[in-house]
Design a protein around this ligand. Structure first.
Ligand SMILES: Cc1cc2nc3c(=O)[nH]c(=O)nc-3n(C[C@H](O)[C@H](O)[C@H](O)COP(=O)(O)OP(=O)(O)OC[C@H]3O[C@@H](n4cnc5c(N)ncnc54)[C@H](O)[C@@H]3O)c2cc1C
Length: 127
């Protein structure tokens, strides 16, 4: 989006990674004239490939994420913990599991997830 340099803003959010779009949306919803800047071509390009979003990110995160159907790949129903010393696996614990449809978190790709977040900030529109 073209922005003229003599325009003034209440808030400038630098970066459209995981945190920036949430901050920008919150500010825009509060009626603040908000500018979000991202140096990469695509939001989420800086962070590498995919990530795990812990379940509390959804349970206690912003309503627009919980109810907004963000682009996730799959639920994560189990975690394997390993104690490794000098390259040797000393101990493996697979007890942390929950039955479907419960989930411990969700796997997502960073670019589509952050682009979706940035779109949610932009959709609030100008103040
Ligand atoms: C390899 C790896 C794996 C990870 N795995 C997980 C995981 O599985 N689960 C999890 O919860 N977390 C994970 N993390 C951590 C998670 O990625 C970070 O906690 C999260 O990205 C931090 O969000 P942020 O908004 O603070 O910063 P970032 O997501 O890094 O966003 C910062 C943004 O600012 C932009 N920017 C920087 N400088 C400028 C500038 N001057 N002008 C304009 N734009 C700028 C960058 O391009 C970037 O888009 C992982 C991190 C890494 C590196």
């Amino acid at each position: 989006m073209a922005v003229s340099f003599d325009e003034t803003f209440d808030v400038v959010v630098v970066g459209a990674g995981f945190g920036g779009p949430v901050a920008a949306r919150r500010c825009a919803e509060a009626g603040l004239k908000t500018l979000m800047l991202e140096r990469a071509r695509v939001p989420g390009e800086k962070v590498v490939s995919g990530l795990v979003i812990p379940i509390y990110g959804f349970l206690y995160g912003p309503e627009f994420i919980r109810k907004g159907n963000p682009p996730i790949e799959r639920p994560i129903c189990g975690v394997v913990n390993r104690l490794v010393k000098d390259g040797e696996i000393l101990f493996t614990d697979r007890s942390l599991r929950v039955p479907k449809p419960l989930a411990l978190g969700y796997a997502a790709y960073c670019k589509p997830f952050c682009t979706w977040l940035a779109d949610r900030a932009v959709e609030v529109g100008p103040s």
